[in-house]
Design a binder for this molecule. Structure first.
Ligand SMILES: Cc1cc2nc3c(=O)[nH]c(=O)nc-3n(C[C@H](O)[C@H](O)[C@H](O)COP(=O)(O)O)c2cc1C
Length: 256
């Protein structure tokens, strides 16, 4: 498809930015981006997320230490994307409705879906006005500390970070899998799709990129990505449950 409209071109040429100019993003721009992203589809029209702007430099540094990535402190604006059923709990209780369901895996997933989708909308909205971003799964390196740092109440969970800023780099685009490797018709294929060309493409990307070039192909990249220790992430299920989620097995409890 050669004739891309503006939206398709923007999405096709997405790239994560990890070096930002030391220029803060104006508050009205952040507010506009969030107000725009709020129009994203949302599970059952329940808007199961919240967003925290982290402007306190000590908190930013603490989150950068959790992430192990300096661009978490050095950016134009840092957002933490919260999977949130707490607001819904308050609303349900005000209606004298039992809030049992909000503790279920189903409602946790709904909050995860909404949080991820609104994050992606923010990425696209930001790129449309020349602001780069990096999504930060690395906040999960210490979810418990994130919860304490941001004073997160029960039925909330710090799912992702999003660092935004004016790009100070122009990295090359990472090639994606061929469409036929991710898109099937009517059933999942019995044989894996051959990825020889894609392996070569990814290897060429890694060899030619300006920062940290290496010879890894895609298959090796995947293997390496699952060879690391989980660290604190091994505790994620327990932390999520301690926040009041994934409690289906307790649905007959009287105390919610
Ligand atoms: C859920 C999620 C979590 C991510 N976490 C991090 C992260 O912690 N640090 C980082 O540098 N990039 C992170 N990324 C960015 C990916 O590394 C990046 O999207 C991927 O390498 C593809 O590169 P591109 O976005 O430039 O096309 C994350 C992306 C997603 C979707």
């Amino acid at each position: 498809m050669s004739d891309l409209n503006t939206t398709l071109a923007l999405l096709t040429h997405h790239k994560t930015i990890r070096q930002f100019k030391p220029q803060p993003i104006a508050t009205d721009i952040i507010e506009k981006l969030i107000a725009t992203a709020q129009h994203t589809a949302t599970s059952n029209f329940c808007q199961n997320y919240s967003i925290i702007s982290v402007t306190d430099s000590a908190k930013k540094r603490a989150i950068a230490a959790i992430s192990g990535q300096d661009y978490v402190a050095n950016n134009g604006h840092l957002l933490i994307m919260i999977a949130d059923q707490q607001r819904n709990q308050q609303l349900a209780l005000a209606e004298h409705e039992p809030d049992k369901l909000l503790h279920s895996t189903d409602k946790f997933l709904a909050a995860v879906f909404d949080t991820v989708l609104v994050t992606q909308s923010l990425v696209v909205a930001a790129e449309s006005i020349g602001i780069g971003s990096v999504i930060l799964g690395s906040v999960l390196n210490d979810a418990q500390q994130m919860i304490q740092l941001l004073e997160l109440p029960p039925l909330t969970f710090p799912l992702l970070g999003l660092a935004l800023g004016y790009p100070e780099q122009d990295p090359s685009e990472k090639p994606r899998l061929p469409e036929r490797a991710v898109h099937f018709t009517n059933h999942y294929p019995r044989k894996p799709v051959a990825l020889t060309n894609y392996n070569q493409q990814v290897q060429a990307y890694y060899q030619n990129r300006r920062q940290t070039p290496r010879t890894t192909n895609y298959q090796q990249h995947i293997a390496q990505s699952i060879s690391q220790e989980l660290g604190n992430r091994a505790d994620l299920a327990a932390i999520i449950q301690a926040q009041g989620f994934l409690l289906d097995f307790k649905t007959d409890r009287e105390d919610h």
